[in-house]
Design a protein around this ligand. Sequence first.
Ligand code: SAM
Length: 275
Amino acid sequence: MTSDQQITTERPNNDTQTQDFGDNPIEVRETDHYQEEYIRGFVEKWDDLIDWNARARSEGQFFIDMLKARGKKTVLDVACGTGFHSVQLLKAGFDVTSVDGSAEMVAKAFENARDRNLMLKTVHSDWRWLNRDIVGKFDAIICLGNSFTHLFKEEDRRRALAEFYAALKHDGILILDQRNYDAILDVGYDSKHKYYYCGDKVTAEPAHMDNSLARFRYTFPDGSEYYLNMFPLRKAYMRNLMKEVGFQRVNTYGDFQETFDEHDPDFLVHIADKT
Ligand code: SAM
């Protein structure tokens, strides 16, 4: 072995990696691209700035209450990201399994839980092949933090929802959230919709919007910028898709409220029931 052929079992250190959207970023409309968007620098910075306690306060008990009210105990967090919801649910006594398609995210979620003296059961899996990688069926699946929007093709969305459906017990529920893209597409974002996370530390705003691309820019206090390219899911389309895949009922909440004006909320939460 020569000196530059070292074997390492550690994660590749890609701290200096930059996001690569090519020459024409608004042409990047691919489901698989999420893997390259969540580079470590972005993930670490995000977690440093988004105070978990503040996020927990702003969401309140909504997801815990919804799960408890329906008697759900085993939860599959299919977009665990850095582990925020998995950790909240573990602390609340749920039996949680945490999945993400990004190895970077799975590792960070495990680390974040361990720092809080919790052990996460983690699985590295893409939703489109979820049942190949998990064992058993769950009472509930959560897909939160505007994650489903990463799927660009309709066949990928149908495939992922079918995998979620199959991973649930006969009376299972899917809780899936999304940005209110109808408001951004129909009303615009210049005046009203500028999104802040935890005060004004991180700004998230659309850099480009059309019917098949929502490109968001995230600006951090040190002036650094990162982008995510996503598919703008319309509320009616998303609700319909869940029903077509087999979910019997879909209830949608706007910013955690049952009644809301269509364009008011920033986020929508869908609760889809199998029975
Ligand atoms: N739920 C977390 C939160 O709220 O902080 C993370 C949200 S982050 C916006 C979206 C997550 O979805 C990322 O961790 C990404 O890796 C994951 N993801 C996107 N597409 C995926 C896919 N096809 N399969 C599995 N995970 C995926």
